[in-house]
Every structure is written in structure tokens, then in C-alpha cells.
Design a protein around this ligand. Structure first.
Ligand SMILES: *Cc1c(COP(=O)(O)O)cnc(C)c1O
Length: 392
């Protein structure tokens, strides 16, 4: 494959449905925290495919597992047994809530499964979601994503979703006998790395305990070691009844999962839900490796200290305000009146990419998000911050 960027842009204009505002760069290779374009120019990747390459690009053990499995068996459907799917279900359960697992292919699908599970447990029940939430783009997940720009063009949405402010009293008032689930992200990554306070998380747990609703954590972005523990819930002091995972789960391959605790393990019954590709052996082999790598206590500890290093040195840049995050999910706002032309976050991200060969992402008009692979080095963190500093 040797197409120029201009050729790809021409193909996109003619043949690709225009749902993405792509940056003017073509990547052809990756290793660890580094990417290369078609000219062989190197980039430092501080987005990791939106928290997908937590183990780094093309981790040799992921590559080996995928290559081996691709040559053995790629697909048979869930009408039959394959070992990788059962081993991955076991590993996910034992690494978290101890119940059972439904495998799927993406974050949105994992949340769809979670919503169906909650409704099956409490028929006709409402799903309570938080302001600023992002749970995906399919209709159920979109209906759980209270953002007018994403929802309004696609009305009518699925009924039965209740939006709640991120206040303990608001959660208490919204959750009742009619509530099937409270679905929340411990850290709202897509909305700009907004940390949901422990107080709110505890209020959600208490409200669910009081009413029998299911507390479901969307850990699609926060899971797989991103915050410095394998799952973000471990640092909240609250254990949910179920969690959803995707993004980093497959070490770069598409896969998602709903993981329950014991109470909800047997709610869904044969015929209730399914997916042709779900639990495919290639993706599951990759996920088994990624899950093992991301569970390494030494790696998880380094995520905490690297995250502090990143947040600390970002805060010293003249145009940076409101640095926040946990572990290696970090964001900042571009400071008001700070650096003239740098005030626009999408423009800052574009210049970082093109001028400094640093991959970062704007989650909104003022906010830059950084999510490097968890295997990033301290030196690469210093290098990334220095590259940002050279933009002024
Ligand atoms: C990315 C994301 C999703 C959607 O995942 P897809 O794989 O894009 O469908 C859902 N929830 C959260 C918290 C996410 O970050």
C-alpha cells in the first residue's frame, strides 16, 4: 500500500460517507508509543487510538497471538465452542466483578447489552444517566448520551432514559422503584475528562442499593489500566453491579464486553441477546494478551506516577489551565487570553500533529485530551510536553 495522502483524500471525497473530520496525515506503521507516516516521518502518539493501544502499537505478544490464531481459525459463531472466548470470559470475570460476561464488538454494543440486561432484570424500568455522559452512537447508547448535537438530528430516540445532574441529591431524587439502572462513566472521557466525584458515585451506589436498580459503570475508556488500576471503579471505593469494557480491551482489535457481578449473572437467558462476530477467536486471543499485560502491578503503578509527571509538567505551560485526570487519562483547557492564536483547541491539536508530530486530541473547542499508551516512558512524556511548549 503506497497511496499518497492526496490520493486517499480524493478517494474519501468520492467514496467514504463523510462522518469524520480527519486530520491531514496518513499513518502506515506503529510501535509502542510511536507512529510513522508514509514518508517514514515519526510521530509521538499521545492519544493511543483513543485509549485503544494501552499496551502500545503492535505489541509483539498481541501480534504473535493474532498471527497464530488467524492461521488456525478466525470465526465459527456462538453456535459452537471456541477456547479463546471462554478463557477471556473467565479472565474478565476473575479480574473484576466475579459474575458472567457477554462478549461483543465495540463500546456501544457493550452498553446496549448492559441496557438490555438492566431492562430484563426490571421490565419497563428507566435508565438513569448523568449530564455530559457519552455511551456510544447506536440508538440505545445514543439515547443514553444527553448531548443535543449528537441526539437532535436523530430523533426520536429510545424512550425510558432519564438525565440526572452530577449531584448526590439529584441522583437520590431520580432513582426509584421504576429505575432499572444507573449507567455512568467514572470519568467522562469524551466530554473532556470530567471526573465524576466519589460523592456522586457513592450516592449512585446507595440509591441502587435502596431501590434494587443496577449500578453499571461504563469503563470503555477508563478500563484496562488507563487510570492506574485495571478498572477505574477500584479507585472509587464503590463496586458496580456490572461494567462495560471495549477500547483498550483488544490490544488494538475491535472487541467489547459486558461483565456482571454475581447478582446479575443469570438475568439474560438463551435467545435474549446475541451477535454474529462476538467472541471471535482472533479478537479474544488479542484481548487475553492485552488483559494480562494491563493487569501487571508494576505497569499499573507506573501509570500513576507517569500521569502525575504528565499533569504536573502540562500545568507549567503558559497556555494551559484546569489540568485534570487520573493516571494516563489527562486533559487541560486552553487558557483564556493565554496565548493568542492557541486558544482554539482543535487548531492546537492540528498544529501539534503537523508541526510537532505529536498526536493529541481536542474533545471540544477549548479542551485537549492526552491518553498515551500505558507503556510510554518518562522521557516520552517530557518530550510530548516540550513539543506542546514549542507551539507558542
Ligand atoms: C468510546 C466510548 C464508547 C463507545 O465505544 P465505541 O467502541 O466507539 O462504540 C462508549 N462509552 C465510552 C465511555 C467511550 O469512551
Amino acid at each position: 500500500m503506497t497511496a499518497s495522502l492526496a490520493e486517499l483524500q480524493a478517494l474519501e471525497r468520492r467514496y467514504a460517507i463523510g462522518t469524520y473530520a480527519r486530520n491531514p496525515v496518513q499513518f502506515v506503521r506503529g510501535a509502542g508509543a510511536r507512529l510513522w507516516d508514509e514518508h517514514g516521518d515519526e510521530y509521538l502518539d499521545f492519544l493511543a487510538g483513543i485509549s485503544v493501544l494501552n499496551v502500545g502499537h503492535c505489541h509483539p505478544r498481541v501480534v504473535a497471538a493474532v498471527q497464530e490464531q488467524a492461521a488456525l481459525l478466525t470465526h465459527v459463531t456462538n453456535l459452537y465452542y471456541t477456547e479463546p472466548a471462554m478463557r477471556l470470559s473467565q479472565a474478565l470475570s476473575e479480574s473484576s466483578l466475579g459474575g458472567k460476561v457477554f462478549l461483543c464488538n465495540s463500546g456501544a454494543e457493550a452498553n446496549e447489552a448492559a441496557i438490555k440486561l438492566a431492562r430484563r432484570a426490571r421490565p419497563e424500568g428507566d435508565i438513569v444517566v448523568l449530564a455530559d455522559a457519552f455511551h456510544g452512537r447506536t440508538y440505545g447508547a445514543l439515547s443514553a448520551t444527553p448531548q443535543p448535537t449528537k441526539q437532535t438530528p436523530f430523533a426520536p430516540l429510545v424512550p425510558g432514559f432519564v438525565v440526572c445532574d452530577k449531584q448526590p441529591e439529584a441522583i437520590d431524587a431520580a432513582v426509584g422503584e421504576h429505575t432499572a439502572a444507573v449507567l455512568l462513566e467514572p470519568i467522562q472521557g469524551e466530554s473532556g475528562v470530567l471526573i465524576v466525584s466519589d460523592e456522586v458515585v457513592r450516592a449512585a451506589r446507595a440509591a441502587c442499593d435502596r431501590t434494587g436498580a443496577a449500578l453499571i459503570f461504563d469503563e470503555v475508556q477508563t478500563g484496562m489500566g488507563r487510570t492506574g488500576s485495571l478498572w477505574a471503579y477500584e479507585q472509587t471505593g464503590v463496586v458496580p453491579d456490572a461494567l462495560t469494557a471495549a477500547k483498550g480491551l483488544g490490544g488494538g482489535l475491535p472487541i467489547g464486553a459486558l461483565v456482571t457481578g454475581p447478582r446479575l449473572a443469570d438475568v439474560l437467558q438463551p435467545g435474549d441477546h446475541g451477535s454474529t462476530f462476538a467472541g471471535g477467536p482472533v479478537a479474544c486471543r488479542a484481548a487475553l494478551v492485552a488483559l494480562e499485560l494491563c493487569s501487571d502491578p508494576e505497569l499499573l503503578e507506573s501509570v500513576g506516577s507517569l500521569g502525575e509527571r504528565l499533569a504536573g509538567s502540562l500545568a507549567e505551560l503558559p497556555f494551559v489551565a484546569a489540568v485534570r485526570g487520573r493516571g494516563l487519562i489527562v486533559a487541560f483547557d486552553v487558557r483564556d487570553g493565554g496565548a493568542g492564536e492557541l486558544r482554539d483547541a482543535p487548531e492546537l491539536a492540528r498544529r501539534a500533529l503537523v508541526e510537532q508530530h505529536l498526536v493529541v486530541n481536542a474533545t471540544g473547542p477549548r479542551t485537549i485530551r492526552l491518553e498515551p499508551p500505558l507503556i510510554v516512558s518518562a522521557q516520552q512524556i517530557d518530550d510530548a510536553v516540550a513539543r506542546l511548549g514549542r507551539l507558542v
